[in-house]
Each structure stands twice: as C-alpha cells, then as structure tokens.
Design a binder for this molecule. Structure first.
Ligand SMILES: [Zn+2]
Ligand SMILES: [Zn+2]
Length: 299
C-alpha cells in the first residue's frame, strides 16, 4: 500500500469581485470555529479582517462562502480572510486533490470520457506542483490566470474519480515536473511553444497530429487589418480563435481551424482518443512526447 502525503494548496477565491464583505454559512449541524470562538450561526458576515474559520478541531470544514448578491460557492477546507486596503482576501487551504477535481470539472465538459479526465487531472496536478508562485497572499487563484475552478465536485463526480484514479501522478520532462499547456481544439495538429512565440518552460512541446481535429474541428475565417505575426500574443490581441490558420494575402482574410493556442494536449482530440480505447497514459504520451508520467518527488 502506497501512502501519499496529505498535500494542501492555498487558493485565493473571488478576487475578480474585489469583495469588501463576505458571508460564511456553516453547513447544517456543523459548528464553525471563528478566530477561536465556536459559532452555530448559520450566517456570519465579515467586513473586517483578519479572520480564521475552521472546524471545531481546527481542521478543514464544509462551508458556503458568498459575496451576497454576486457569487456563492461551497468549499471544504480552512478559510482565512486577510485584507489589502478595503478589499478582503479570502483564502481557502484545501486538499490539493480536491482542487484538482475542481479544475477538471470546470475545464472539461460533462460527458468527457474518464480517461481524458484522468489525463486532465495529471495536467492540473502538474500545474499545482510545478508552477511558480504567482500571488503574494496565497498559492493560486481560482481564475484562468492560474487554473479556473468553481466549487469542488462531489466525491462521486467523474472529475473526482479522475483525480483519485491518478493520485500523485505528474508529468515531467528531463526529470523536471512542468506546468503543462493544453487547449480546446488544436485544429488538426498541435504546435511547439517556440512556433507561437512562447518560451519552453522547460518543455519545448512537439507538433503531433490530431486526427479528431482533422475530421471535426471548427472552421473559421476572420479579416485582419494589420500585418499578421503568428504568435500567441498576437492571437490574443486580435481575438483570433486559434493559431492554426493560413493567411490569404490578397484579401487579408485568414482561414483557420480549432480553438485556443494549440500547444500541448487537445481537449477535443484527447476525448476522441479516450472514446476509441486510449488510456490516460496513451493520451499524455501522444500530446507530450518525450515526457514521463510518474509519482512526483517534488513537494
Ligand atoms: Zn492566479
Ligand atoms: Zn486536436
């Protein structure tokens, strides 16, 4: 029996809303410990920091966190609230595997094949393991700046089963775990990092064929008024759907396929591979050549 250390991540949530007050609700029959004071209250409001909210034993608990009228989400973990100026910074220390399940559930549509979800769970875990810290008050945020997620799904949800089924696994290049890129639909073949102006970090990525996208990816056209430079930065600035396109110099129209940057795993293609019997390891080997998927020794 292999024991995995209980690893947590500190996720800063609701930052997009710049909250000035927050409401925390205990779940039925539960007691929250707030700055050392037990509370049965169903509805606790804050406009002052700092605050610590835990279970009675100081450990993780289930609670509903909301900015009234704007957003509410269920979490399990411990909550700390600090402030910068008027803005409250709620940070949830949660089980890393639960955060991974939340990312997979948010980023991959319902109905995605379990093996494709397992590949996604390895990617999310690799990101949390290898990504450099991008925030001062916590490890990662809950937006696409880091990895997007909402409330963690139930333990029975396919995304949770995908996390459990790949527990501890990350992908590494030259023995170094990296934060892997992936995109919605590569349009027929994936791209290297350098071909779209991205720095290898440390993985350079390789261009591989994606038969599902060759058959099924979305075709699009767009008129561009400025000279085309085929980089990810240019694509985002010009709101071009993908990096897989050709330019018609006479008309200034570009013709493309797919959605997203096209570097690393293709979500459309990985789901098709899984539906045709590929395992999550087959999927990772296909979209990330020259990498190894194993239990990470880092963190
Ligand atoms: Zn972030
Ligand atoms: Zn593809």
């Amino acid at each position: 029996m292999l024991f995995l250390a209980f690893i947590t991540v500190r996720i800063g949530v609701f930052g997009l809303f710049h909250p000035t007050h927050l409401t925390v609700q205990a779940r039925p029959q539960q007691v929250l410990l707030i700055n050392g004071t037990p509370s049965h209250a169903a509805d606790i409001r804050w406009n002052a920091a700092p605050a610590q909210i835990t279970a009675r034993d100081g450990g993780p608990t289930d609670f509903l966190l909301s900015i009234p009228g704007k957003i509410e989400r269920n979490f399990r973990g411990t909550l700390s609230i600090t402030s910068v100026g008027n803005e409250l910074i709620p940070v949830i220390t949660m089980d890393r595997e639960q955060a991974i399940a939340a990312v997979v559930a948010a980023e991959f549509p319902d109905g995605t094949h379990i093996e494709a979800l397992k590949a996604a769970a390895v990617l999310a875990r690799s990101y949390y393991t290898a990504s450099r810290k991008r925030h001062r008050n916590f490890d990662f945020c809950d937006t696409t700046h880091c990895q997007f997620h909402r409330s963690p799904p139930s333990a029975q949800h396919a995304a949770s089963r995908a996390a459990q089924g790949t527990a501890g696994l990350t992908i590494a290049y030259q023995n170094q775990t990296f934060a892997p890129l992936y995109s919605a639909s590569c349009g027929g073949h994936t791209l290297t990092a350098s071909s779209v102006g991205l720095q290898p970090d440390p993985y350079p990525y390789f261009s591989v064929d994606c038969p599902a996208c060759q058959r099924n990816s979305r075709k699009w056209t767009q008129r561009i008024e400025v000279e085309v430079t085929p980089t990810e930065q240019f694509r985002l600035a010009q709101k071009i759907p993908s990096n897989n396109y050709t330019v018609d110099k006479t008309t200034g129209v570009i013709h493309g396929r797919g959605e997203g940057h096209g570097v690393g795993l293709c979500q459309l293609g990985s789901n098709s591979m899984a539906a045709h019997g590929a395992s999550f390891r087959d999927i990772l080997n296909h979209y990330y050549p020259n990498t190894a998927c194993s239990r990470s020794s880092q963190r």
